[in-house]
Ligand binder design. Sequence first.
Ligand SMILES: Nc1nc2c(c(=O)[nH]1)N[C@H]1C(S)=C(S)[C@@H](COP(=O)(O)OP(=O)(O)OC[C@H]3O[C@@H](n4cnc5c(=O)[nH]c(N)nc54)[C@H](O)[C@@H]3O)O[C@H]1N2
Ligand SMILES: Nc1nc2c(c(=O)[nH]1)N[C@H]1C(S)=C(S)[C@@H](COP(=O)(O)OP(=O)(O)OC[C@H]3O[C@@H](n4cnc5c(=O)[nH]c(N)nc54)[C@H](O)[C@@H]3O)O[C@H]1N2
Ligand code: SF4
Ligand SMILES: [Mo]
Length: 641
Amino acid sequence: MKVRTACNRDCPDACSMIATVENDRVVRLEGDPDHPVTRGFLCYRTNRFLDRQYDPRRLTRPQVRRSRGLVPVSWDDALDLIAEKMLRIKTESGPAAIFHYRSGGSLGLMKHVVDHFFERFGPVSVKSGDICSGAGEAAQETDFGIAESNDLFDLLNSRTIILWGKNPYVSNVHLQPVLKEARAKGARLIQIDPVRHRGGDLCELYVQPRPGGDAALALGLGRRMFELDAADPSAAEYCDHFDSYRELVFSREVDDWCAIAGVSRADFDRIATLYADGPAAIQVGWGMQRRANGATIVRALDALGAISGNLGVPGGGVSFYFGRRTAFDTSFSAGKSIAPRTIPEPLLGPGLLEASDPAVRMVWVTAGNPVAMLPESHTVARALQTRELTVVVDAFPTDTTECADVVLPTTTMLEEDDLLGAYGNHWLSDVQPVVAPPGEAMSDYAIVCALATRLGHDDAFHEPPSAWKQRMMSKLNAKGVTLDQLREGAVRNPLAAEVLFADRRFPTPSGKVNLLTDAEVEPSPVSTERPLLLMPLAARKSQSSQWPPSLQEGPAPATLHPDSAQGFADGDEATLESAVGSMQVRLRFDAAQRRDVVLLDKGGWLGRGRCANALIEAAETDAGGGARYYETPVRLMRSDA
Ligand SMILES: Nc1nc2c(c(=O)[nH]1)N[C@H]1C(S)=C(S)[C@@H](COP(=O)(O)OP(=O)(O)OC[C@H]3O[C@@H](n4cnc5c(=O)[nH]c(N)nc54)[C@H](O)[C@@H]3O)O[C@H]1N2
Ligand SMILES: Nc1nc2c(c(=O)[nH]1)N[C@H]1C(S)=C(S)[C@@H](COP(=O)(O)OP(=O)(O)OC[C@H]3O[C@@H](n4cnc5c(=O)[nH]c(N)nc54)[C@H](O)[C@@H]3O)O[C@H]1N2
Ligand code: SF4
Ligand SMILES: [Mo]
């Protein structure tokens, strides 16, 4: 039997998949050949998803921590314990003493119903901001009124495409065929990234600025657009603060902007010439905004796109994020607007420890591994370990389940009933349960339903998932799209424009683009004491921390330029040390990298000494509550020093 479903992993692509089932077991997982973005192939990590699906480490029974560690218990015992505690904490301290943390384990829309459960019970405390895309979204909402993108295939109308801080080879693989097609149609591709990545040979120009030098680069290019007569003469009509922006970009010479950005004048001129010859699209990556001035950087890119006349035209745009939820009605969940308290996500560890009046007594983790994935891993671990009750729902043991009092076993994406939108294209999918879950594992939704009965508010939490899915389809139904249609194959979001802002009207208060008027342009700092910036980036072989254990053996590989590791040889073990922590690594030399960075894989396990986030301080970006993942200064030391 073949079943069509979709991949709910935290990835821009949201692939449509065909699962082959024999004797209640999935024996093959393939990309849907009929899906315009998936095109019949899956990525490295999901091609191996069946290893994960049938991994003997799968959690199949609830567990409760006793003096001898986590021990299996019945669902009744686990849920009775949790319900009793939740009611007691609510009565004694109020619901603000309970914190619900949800992350990106699944992008399925049904996870909003879990949020809704905690809102009905509380509302409880939740996170603010977003470590993933918060800074960039805040930037685009400030400048354009929304964070949205032109249609993915509108890139085929571009003459120039800039991949700015974006590495599709690893993190957005279904963009690659579109880029190849655009190139075949004559588009010129430029990649701007401090890190030299595989896949860059698709581009005719690869520029490696200083990490965080992008704001200076974009402002310099803004100036150059005026000098080359490539600024849109009518831009002042649809942009606020046009004169102030012009003053800002002319406040330095082009050579000064280049020096701050760490870009040669020759490379700068080549980018300027190609960008001036539009329509030109900027594909804004997620990595670049994960630094102190991350929102400012994206605002500088937005302004460049606006004044050069590249907004509202086919082949143009400054595309960061696709509104993956806009087609679905999730208005039943009010989110952080009604929360009694919020803690910024990048500050979760210290935030949980410091919260008072009331203190946070209980944490519930849905679809996340915050110990491995949030900054200051040890602080996050300590915060979870010291609550009265930490509940973690996951399908696998993680660094976070290690800190839990109760671990609840849940379903994988092949066992879920859900709806899905993408943040890298405009297609919408239905997620089908392909096989039954193993052992006693239950979906997040089924778990909160079982808990709702015990908490005495089960009215909304007894329906099958299909009822919620139907409810979330209301906006689509109004456009003539039914759930049955979604089941038959992906549907393009009928609410999303092919070309955004085609009328040059922007959903900002003034209806115009809000150009930035001043900017913190200094790149991320290194010092003589700690001369390297730690950049723990997405890895091709894993979804965040979801590594196979066999790839978590020994010291984590750390890639750097040989000149940056004087006295060491390729393959040596060494210690990386930041202001807040240190870790053992195995050096890998790569002369194509800048001399001021050291590259690690993101998602390494704390329990195996491979977690870069143990070296990263909890701090926020300039807007949007993002995390500063790629700008921790570190030094390299002998392991025996
Ligand atoms: N294989 C795999 N794919 C993934 C993930 C994964 O873990 N593994 N993670 C998923 C997730 S959670 C997300 S959010 C998405 C997006 O995940 P990301 O990997 O965050 O997305 P990118 O847009 O490629 O952004 C990363 C790029 O930004 C670059 N960069 C970092 N700092 C700077 C800078 O200062 N300037 C410039 N110009 N570039 C910079 C990095 O070198 C890198 O190439 O991908 C998803 N895809
Ligand atoms: N150093 C560094 N740190 C980073 C980043 C970086 O680039 N560098 N990237 C950041 C980014 S962009 C992101 S988005 C975050 C990602 O952070 P997380 O979302 O915490 O990442 P994962 O490691 O994928 O953890 C998700 C967990 O959810 C579980 N899971 C999967 N499906 C379900 C489900 O349906 N229900 C439940 N309950 N659990 C499920 C998985 O088994 C997994 O353990 O990491 C951030 N951390
Ligand atoms: S992780 Fe991304 S690229 Fe891989 S199958 Fe899932 S949606 Fe597609
Ligand atoms: Mo992310």
